[in-house]
Structures are given as structure tokens and as C-alpha cells.
Design a protein around this ligand. Structure first.
Ligand SMILES: CC(C)(COP(=O)(O)OP(=O)(O)OC[C@H]1O[C@@H](n2cnc3c(N)ncnc32)[C@H](O)[C@@H]1OP(=O)(O)O)[C@@H](O)C(=O)NCCC(=O)NCCS
Length: 383
């Protein structure tokens, strides 16, 4: 059996499409070429004896951690042809694609797992989720509409993009949308695009439900309480002839803390998994509070990337983090999964220690919290 793993080209594109069709629909491919991926990232196909066996695609993202940015490979469309299932092909492809991402200098890989245990085999760790809130019309709170509402026109897109930037900056693992990503998002969003405030403080893309259906909110971004209240008031007014409203909120949901009521439901949705590929690069990308002074030595156990081990001498001060390889005794050793979760911010270092995933002294936890404090993870870019 001869295995090769290649970037998709015009020659192997039929193999790519065939695996996607068989893996996802159990049908042969149609004659349509795969939708363009230009400007978004790269597509790959794994071949066994020249036949398509496995596929995936990797988006080139720049992601946030508060004020810090780092490169993230968003892995999607993972699929193995039914003829080759359960023989290790999927895991082999994932290891290869992680190596490619690391060689390209990506600091982190991320994905939305069909089931988390499969990706835990490759040291992905569960980091972050959003609430899917379903609220019957008669349980929608009366928030009042503090801001004017208007339908987005072409001239509104720059301020919508600016709001999205603020939204992802306030959290961890938000994706900066490039023009290509905005183009894609715009095509995917429903025509009901509402802007709150002038200048804008929030926006929502809404799919109206017709009579006695569901109002589906595709994206709800609020940078002030007034924008949040205005959005909820709009959804309530649109729902007058509907049964319910469904929308997503980050795990720091205002709805759950302000408006929770009997009859509503909140489901953990769109859980993301992350995996740090470059420990030193991840730490160097951070921008801690300039007043923070912290210093410690850590070692990271990573079965796939021996180079993660260090030990790393980490020193934070003046808003930067210096990281050097050292021969010194690692005061603290942790798995790559724990490092990934603490780095992303949810669960925080203190939660990880409390739950027994991190054996660290109180002083070490305070140092780690200074460098990378706990943060709400919001990774929702569709891919
Ligand atoms: C998910 C998928 C890519 C896995 O590919 P694969 O080549 O069969 O994976 P591998 O053989 O490398 O590993 C499969 C692992 O999952 C486990 N597994 C298989 N079927 C399972 C099931 N029904 N429930 C739980 N675990 C299962 C196996 O035990 C195996 O683990 P092990 O090697 O430790 O025993 C493939 O099933 C697929 O294409 N599914 C359809 C598309 C899809 O869901 N993609 C994921 C998008 S995020």
C-alpha cells in the first residue's frame, strides 16, 4: 500500500471531490468542480495506491487573544473514504496536516469536532463553546430598544467589519475576518441584516420565520449593553407571529445572567477544539498587562512535537513575553493539552489546577495568570 499526501491540484482534484462526496453524502461526486478556496487556505488529499482515500482543508486564520494575535490553521472537511475507514487513515492524515501547519509557522490548529474523543487522540483539547438559546415568544424579555435600527446597506459594511473586530478583540480565539472571509460570510448570511445605533454599536443577521415558524439569528454582535438590548427587542418584535427565536451567545452570555426564565433553553453548541503547535511562538505572541512582572520555567509534554518540551524560561514585563530554551530545572511540567487550554484561557490555569490537570503551586498559577489570564473563548467562524 502506497500512501501519499498532497495539496489539491487540477490533476488530483477529482480524487478530492470523490472522497468528499463519498465521506459526507455516501454518493458519487457530481460534475461540479469544488467551490473555490482561493484566498482562504489550502486543500489536501491523501491517496492510497493513487486512489483518493482522505481529505481535509486548512483555513489560514489570524486569531485573537485580547490584544494579542496569532496564526491559526482552521482544519475542516476532514473525511475518509468508506473503503478506508478504521484503518488509521484519518489519524495519519491529521498528523501529516499538523506537521504541515507547524512547518508553515502556524502557532495553533483548531477545529469543530464531530466528536471530541477522535481528535483528543491527536492532543486537541476542548476550548470554548457558545450557547444556542431557544426562547419561546412569550418568554422573550422586554429590554426596550435604546438605539435606532436600520437595514444594512453597502455603506454599512465597513462599520459592521469594525464592530466584528472589536467583538473578537474582547475575547480569545476570535478570527479576524479578511476581505475573502467577509465575502464568504456575506454570501452565507440571510438578507435580514440589521444595524443597531448610528454610529453602529451592534448588528445581527436574521432569517425571518414566516408565520408560526422560528426566527433564526445567524450572527448577533453587540459591543454595548444598549446594542444588546436593542437586538433582543428587535428579535422579540420580529417574532410576533412566530413560535420562538433561536440565536447564539458567547459562553459569557448576558441572556443567561440577566434574562433566564422557565421555558427557555440553552444548549452548549459549536464546541471548538484547539492544539498548540509552537509553545514558544504562542507565548511570545501574548501581550500581557504592562504592569505584570512574571518569571517561571515550564516544560511541555507533546507526543507529536518533541520540540515543545523546552524547558522554557518565560519572562513577562513591559507588556511583552520573552521565551528562551533553558537547561534549568522545569519547575512545572504539563501536557500539551493543558498548555493549550490554559493558553486559550478557558478553562483558566486556576480551573485546570483545581480540577487536577495542572500540578502547580499558587505562585506558579499567579505567574501563568499574569502572562495569560483566563478569558472567554469565542471561536465561531464557520468552516
Ligand atoms: C471521522 C473519520 C474522518 C475517521 O476516519 P478513520 O480513517 O476511520 O479514522 P481512524 O481509523 O484513524 O480512527 C478512527 C478511530 O475512531 C474510533 N471509532 C470508529 N468508529 C467509532 C464510533 N462509531 N464511535 C466511537 N469511536 C469510533 C476508532 O476506535 C478509531 O480509534 P482507534 O484507532 O484508537 O481504535 C471518518 O469516519 C469520516 O470520514 N467520517 C465522515 C465525515 C466526518 O464525520 N468527518 C469529521 C468532520 S469533523
Amino acid at each position: 500500500m502506497k500512501w501519499s499526501f498532497e495539496e489539491v491540484t487540477s490533476e488530483n482534484e477529482p480524487n478530492f471531490r470523490s472522497v468528499v462526496a463519498w465521506a459526507y453524502s455516501g454518493e458519487p461526486p457530481d460534475d461540479e468542480p469544488a467551490p473555490s478556496f482561493v484566498g482562504l487556505g489550502k486543500r489536501y488529499v491523501g491517496l492510497i495506491d493513487g486512489e483518493g482515500a482522505a481529505v481535509c482543508q486548512v483555513f489560514d486564520f489570524s486569531a485573537t487573544r485580547g490584544e494579542a494575535d496569532f496564526s491559526l490553521g482552521g482544519i475542516g472537511l476532514v473525511g475518509v473514504h468508506p473503503n478506508h475507514r478504521r484503518s488509521g487513515v484519518g489519524q495519519r492524515m491529521m498528523r501529516e496536516v499538523l506537521q504541515i501547519c507547524a512547518d508553515e509557522g502556524k502557532v495553533m490548529a483548531g477545529l469543530y469536532a464531530f466528536r471530541d474523543p477522535f481528535y483528543r487522540k491527536m492532543q486537541f483539547a476542548t476550548c470554548g463553546w457558545v450557547w444556542e438559546i431557544t426562547c419561546p415568544v412569550d418568554r422573550m424579555p422586554e429590554t426596550g430598544s435604546a438605539l435606532p435600527v436600520h437595514q444594512a446597506s453597502d455603506s454599512d459594511w465597513p462599520q459592521i467589519a469594525a464592530l466584528h473586530e472589536r467583538w473578537v478583540r474582547q475575547r480569545s480565539l476570535g478570527v479576524h475576518r479578511t476581505p475573502a472571509l467577509w465575502d464568504r460570510r456575506r454570501k452565507q448570511s440571510s438578507p435580514g441584516r440589521y444595524v443597531f445605533g448610528n454610529p453602529a454599536e451592534g448588528y445581527a443577521f436574521v432569517k425571518h420565520g414566516g408565520f408560526w415558524g422560528t426566527i433564526q439569528v445567524g450572527e448577533f454582535v453587540y459591543t454595548t449593553k444598549a446594542a444588546y438590548d436593542t437586538g433582543i427587542a428587535l428579535f422579540r418584535s420580529l417574532a410576533i407571529n412566530n413560535n420562538e427565536v433561536v440565536w447564539l451567545e458567547p459562553s459569557d452570555s448576558p441572556f443567561l445572567s440577566r434574562h433566564w426564565d422557565y421555558g427557555q433553553s440553552a444548549k452548549r453548541e459549536k464546541g471548538s477544539m484547539m492544539r498548540v503547535l509552537d509553545v514558544a511562538g504562542a507565548l511570545r505572541s501574548l501581550k500581557p498587562d504592562p504592569d505584570i512582572q512574571a518569571e517561571l520555567v515550564i516544560s511541555v509534554v507533546d507526543p507529536l512535537f518533541e520540540s515543545a518540551k523546552g524547558p522554557w524560561h518565560i519572562k513577562a514585563g513591559g507588556g511583552c513575553v520573552e521565551v528562551k530554551r533553558t537547561n534549568g530545572d522545569p519547575g512545572l511540567t504539563m501536557s500539551i493539552e493543558t498548555f493549550t487550554q490554559g493558553f486559550c484561557g478557558d478553562p483558566s490555569w486556576r480551573t485546570l489546577a483545581r480540577n487536577g490537570d495542572l500540578q502547580a503551586s499558587d505562585t506558579q498559577i499567579k505567574m501563568l495568570e499574569g502572562i495569560a489570564p483566563g478569558m472567554t473563548v469565542l471561536h465561531t467562524e464557520p468552516y
